[in-house]
Design a protein around this ligand. Sequence first.
Ligand code: UDP
Ligand code: MG
Length: 309
Amino acid sequence: MVTQLSLVVPVYNEEEMLPIFFTRMEEILHGQFESYEYVFVNDGSKDGTLQVLKELAQKYPYVKAVSFSRNFGKEAAVTAGLAHTDAQAVVIMDVDLQDPPELIHTFWEKFQQGYENVYGQRADRSTDSFFKRLTAQTFYKIYNKMADYPIPYNTGDFRLMSRRAVQAVLSLPERERFMKGLFSWVGFKSIAVPYKREARAAGTTKWNYWKLWNFALGGFTSATSVPLKLWTYFGLLVSAFAFLFAIWTAYKKLVWGNPVSGYASLMVTILFFSGVQLITLGVIGEYLSRIFIEVKQRPTYLIDEKINL
Ligand code: UDP
Ligand code: MG
């Protein structure tokens, strides 16, 4: 018999959080579903996470786990979790209980109504700093302007997906796995469920601004090639301007002669366009590095151990 519900949970250095999470989830899930399971993905934790997982798995056969050979990042961990379940519906959630587990029942109702991609949407980000909110907002705005398939605002990985939707996500072969982008790309009947995101129950966040910046860059470059093409138009604009300027200069020389001046304007022009050229090269470099990663065809993750699977 196919399991009804599967919880895919990436964990990285979460020995403290795991037991709290498990107890809370059992309160919510036990007796509510015909069958359910947990698929934890240990993303190369350096603390006792794996040990805690093994103890849980020994007691409860429906606690399953995949353990990576090293840290591959949350996107890889979620991918691995999705690949190791064949449940009818799969819920992806963090272990830190920032996403209220009660919402799973609402997700399930929507699933019964025929929705195949039910995502939690943060209605209230008051637990985040002003700067974090501002950068997140800007990211969504620019991303959605450029990408072919917009991602809903303030949406993370916390969601329920049908078997079909999960299969579709897994069928996308890229190694640059910006999951939010992939989830919205596959489509299917989707709906948002607004909720309030809590502060972490224990442990600390694994993100910092540098990581977030790179995450955002990965998101852009995997979803859109607009930054590559943008420069063509900028170049055209500058050339057109240069052409008009040349005519103007020639005209000036013919009418007023040629007084030597313009050191300042020369410097400004050179510096500005050197900057533009460097940015352009940087953008090309970003894409090139991602193409390089894709052509190497390395696996997204390596598994060290499977537990109850
Ligand atoms: N996580 C992971 N690999 C990583 C970083 C994080 O599997 O390299 C897991 C982490 O254990 C947690 C989830 O991803 O279950 C979200 O992490 P975190 O709470 O640090 O992110 P935030 O909520 O601050 O965005
Ligand atoms: Mg968190």
